[in-house]
Design a protein around this ligand. Structure first.
Ligand code: APR
Length: 254
């Protein structure tokens, strides 16, 4: 089916091709980043109003920052957690769940820690960068608790043993959870189409996942208002648009 497509394709033709790629997929998967939650009102990291424009990642999202200034790091995570509690998954999240219903499965590999794919109802969510739903003891990492709001009344939150609790997110320089990265690689290697939504494709090893699909002859359908390093790769159909309005459009007519 891959005849290639010219950049001069009209938007309608582009959408028609995108719909056909998705509706004819026998083993689809999705790969999402912070842009997936942008229309929920959650800031991205590298956009014009992104977190990393205002804060230095090394001050907030590294093991050293957590050891040196746990209170500051937890103030940042608490602000994000409160925000996550205030928002609902938008129509784009629900479109992924509907596509899963129609196609039989649509596992979602996400770099996000906001839990919105779970809340929207996707059956399988692979959280490559961990989650803000739980925290772990920094002295006994196996000791994990659900992150209830009352835990954050006092910052930094502490374990029963008195040690500081850390968010179960992957900080810069830390390895990705083994189970998550191996499942993501399996999906990348076996899917015939990967829907890549709302990621700048600059943080590795997560960003290597869609390239694996291409290297095995699979296709990528990229939804992003901006071009990324992935956009021009052979086998990629880039649809320039926001997740909330574009994903529901892909469901029309089939
Ligand atoms: N719909 C879809 N994509 C959008 C939208 C939207 N409405 N608005 C912006 N985007 C795109 C931007 O064009 C950009 O390509 O979302 C992307 C957001 O990129 P980043 O902020 O870099 O987020 P992400 O790619 O998820 O970052 C990867 O970096 O800081 C770490 O751990 C953090 O998981 C994160 C990782």
């Amino acid at each position: 089916m891959w005849e290639g497509w010219s950049l001069s394709m009209t938007d309608d033709e582009l959408l028609r091709r995108a719909r056909r790629l998705l509706s004819e997929s026998e083993s689809p998967a999705a790969f999402t980043g912070a842009g997936m939650s942008k229309e929920c009102g959650i800031r991205t990291f590298r956009g014009e109003e992104g977190f990393w424009r205002e804060y230095r990642a090394e001050d907030l999202a590294t093991p050293g920052a957590l050891r040196k200034n746990p209170r500051l790091v937890w103030e940042w995570y608490r602000e994000r957690l409160v925000r996550y509690g205030e928002v609902e998954p938008h129509e784009g999240y629900h479109a992924l769940v509907e596509a899963e219903r129609r196609l039989g499965s649509l596992p979602v590999i996400t770099q996000n820690v906001d839990g919105l794919h779970h809340r929207a109802g996707s059956s399988e969510v692979v959280e490559l960068h961990g989650t803000l739903r739980t925290v772990s003891c920094m002295e006994e990492p196996g000791r994990t608790y659900p992150l209830e709001p009352e835990l954050l009344e006092e910052l930094p939150p502490r374990c029963e043993c008195g040690a500081v609790l850390r968010p179960d997110v992957v900080l810069f320089g830390e390895p990705l959870p083994v189970e998550a990265i191996s499942r993501a690689i399996d999906l990348a290697d076996s899917c015939d189409l990967m829907l890549v939504v709302g990621t700048s494709m600059v943080v590795f090893p997560a960003a290597s996942i869609p390239y694996r699909t291409l290297s095995r002859g699979g296709h990528v359908l990229e939804i992003n208002p901006e071009a990324t390093p992935l956009s021009g790769e052979p086998g990629v159909l880039h649809v320039s648009g926001g997740a909330a309005e574009t994903l529901p459009l892909l469901l029309e007519g089939w």
